[in-house]
Design a protein around this ligand. Sequence first.
Ligand SMILES: CSC[C@@H](O)[C@@H](O)C(=O)COP(=O)(O)O
Ligand SMILES: [Zn+2]
Length: 247
Amino acid sequence: MSCKCSQQCDIDVMSDPLVLSADPSHPANLIPELCTVFYNNGWVTGTGGGISIRNAEGDKVYIAPSGVQKERMVPENMFVMDYASEEYLRVPQITKKPSACTPLFMSAFKMRGAGACIHTHSQSAVMCTLLFGDEFRISNIEQIKALPKITEAGNLGFFDELVIPIIENTAHEEDLADSLQEAIRNYPGATAVLVRRHGIYVWGETVWKAKVYNEAIDYLLELAVKMRQAGIPTTCGVGEEKKYLKY
Ligand SMILES: CSC[C@@H](O)[C@@H](O)C(=O)COP(=O)(O)O
Ligand SMILES: [Zn+2]
């Protein structure tokens, strides 16, 4: 039987209907593709980081295997979980162990209704967790406008402050779930949580929103490191930067 996607493809989906599709937006195709993009940005190198995506109906969760090179995955490597029962509908041959990030991805799905959640080990994210205390804050930068308010409709404005909570790392990724959930409860306007000396989790209503938020946040994290290096506070008002310039 061939795939039912809009492209009239001739992939034999009977061989593995949960992960084989010629539809490029199928989660089993998107996870390997996006992980390659993230790898090329230095966000998921050395097997760290990853992404989990729910299907369009929201009843299935696609999860990468644990400990694999995330940029070299193929659709057949994906785990598929039933969203409601959290039971695995498919376990790939490559390994029986799903990503250690699974309880964290599930927290974003269940608590925020997210359609996708990205985890990166971006060096800008890690540096910001070393430069900031319990919260990362930045304001008065144009790129902030790419991020949602969450608690009300629409995006943040140029003069709004972006606040991202920072939680402490644990020896094992799955042990982060409790503190991530606490941060999600305490910061209803957050679409991301930083993990000290580790990286960041970013989620969104759809995979494309999650991707845009992750890109915008990483841009702001990288900028924040440079602002700190230049001695400019990340929340400094428009025009106030002159006070900090050394020339
Ligand atoms: C470099 S090992 C990193 C892991 O411990 C973890 O932090 C991570 O992000 C990926 O876990 P994984 O189980 O491979 O999906
Ligand atoms: Zn990690």
